[in-house]
Ligand binder design. Structure first.
Ligand code: ATR
Length: 286
């Protein structure tokens, strides 16, 4: 049977990566399409390493107006795109792609997503003057950029491999200082904001071992891990009376700009959407 007329012109978007089965992006965009009454679709598509160029070349022909990009294609997507936003250039990786006037555009919305998640869940957070950031990978880079943008005056970045923290400090300039992971308890004394950007504490990964005794009582604690929804770090911080922000908000807010490009409407991160994602994470044992 032919699809109804309104679905024939429906816009298609997707998330690509490998593996892709566990991506929660379809849940997010599917909710927005449904609640906004937009006749579009959002699928997940396995694109194996080495197959990205082929996917990009056939994207428009397949009817896609764009996609999200996840592991392992984020760096290559930036290179293959014909146009890049300044922030995608800055981060050296893309997570959001769209076609405009026949050209493929690449954007990176992680930093924006983190900033929006703190704005929504910890209003006033940007009065923080000092932050301690655990980790020095791609996520750390996006988060440090967000903190600097919002006026944090000093950021201590600690990492298992201190040279990666040093590279970030060199990249960002005098407000970012590198240190070894073991120095975290001392650096914590002056921090108004503590952020975990590593995968430590994620289900199936090593635990994050970090006593919080030295953390100021009014410090905010944020963790980008969202499986489990409440990591050991967040649980301990909550028990000690700290304000906490989990990682689900960053996932939800980083999705907004892509939706705007593909479907032409600005979606909201509502409590209902958050609850749907939380249920899904719990079902997966998180
Ligand atoms: P992402 O893009 O998610 O930030 P990444 O660039 O691979 O991923 O960075 C992962 C971060 O988690 C790094 O800071 C990494 O520390 P190293 O640079 O020393 O590898 C940190 N990390 C991952 N596993 C870790 C572990 N078992 N102990 C300490 N840090 C770990």
């Amino acid at each position: 049977m032919d699809p109804p007329v309104n679905q024939m012109s429906a816009r298609r978007a997707c998330v690509i990566g490998s593996p892709i089965a566990h991506s929660r992006s379809p849940l997010i965009h599917g909710y927005w399409l449904q609640t906004l009454g937009i006749p579009g679709s959002y699928d997940k598509i396995e694109v194996k390493p080495g197959e990205l160029a082929e996917f990009f070349a056939s994207m428009a022909e397949k009817g896609f107006v764009g996609c999200n990009v996840t592991v392992p294609h984020k760096e290559e997507a930036l290179k293959l795109a014909q146009r890049r936003t300044a922030r995608a250039e800055e981060f050296g990786a893309a997570n959001t792609i769209w076609i405009e006037n026949g050209e493929i555009w690449a954007d990176n919305t992680d930093s924006h997503g983190y900033e929006m998640s703190l704005d929504q869940e910890a209003p006033g957070w940007d009065t923080a003057r000092r932050a301690l950031v655990l980790g020095a990978g791609g996520a750390s880079r996006a988060i440090i950029a967000a903190l600097l943008r919002r006026g944090v005056e000093r950021i201590d970045c600690v990492n298992r491999s201190v040279e990666r923290a040093e590279a970030l400090a060199a990249l960002f300039g005098s407000k970012v200082h590198a240190a070894r992971f073991e120095e975290a308890p001392v650096l914590m004394k002056d921090a108004d904001l503590l952020v975990n950007t590593t995968a430590l504490g994620m289900r199936g990964k090593d635990p994050l071992v970090l006593p919080l005794e030295t953390l100021k009582t009014d410090a905010l604690v944020s963790d980008i891990v969202y499986v489990p929804l409440e990591t050991d770090l967040l649980r301990e911080a909550k028990a000690r009376g700290h304000r906490i922000v989990g990682g689900l908000g960053m996932l939800l807010h980083q999705a907004v700009p892509g939706f705007v490009h593909w479907f032409g409407a600005t979606p909201s991160v509502t409590p209902e959407l958050r609850a749907i994602l939380e249920d899904d994470v719990r079902k997966a044992g998180g």
